[in-house]
Unconditional design. Structure first.
Length: 87
């Protein structure tokens, strides 16, 4: 089981940006859960994140937020430590 999960959509620019950011950090092993057309998966995402938008990113079960939250962690220099800590 992957320690990083991204609830995503196939037509979402922010989702693609989140995937790129993780790829640029050398993270290749993560689970992408596509919620397009699946109301049960979307409802589950909303329940566990409290948010309606994609992407919703979880690292080792901890809700990080969306792409802007992930990017803010990176800009603050906190993402690398979080990724290393949760291995």
């Amino acid at each position: 089981m992957s320690r990083i999960k991204i609830y995503s959509s196939n037509r979402c620019g922010y989702c693609q940006a989140a995937h790129r950011l993780l790829h640029n950090k050398g993270v290749e092993d993560y689970e992408t859960i596509i919620v397009d057309g699946d109301s049960a998966l979307r409802a589950h995402m909303i329940q566990i994140s409290g948010r309606h938008t994609v992407p919703q990113i979880f690292i080792a079960g901890q809700h990080i937020g969306g792409y802007t939250d992930l990017a803010a962690l990176d800009m603050a220099g906190e993402l690398d430590g979080l990724l290393a800590e949760k291995q």
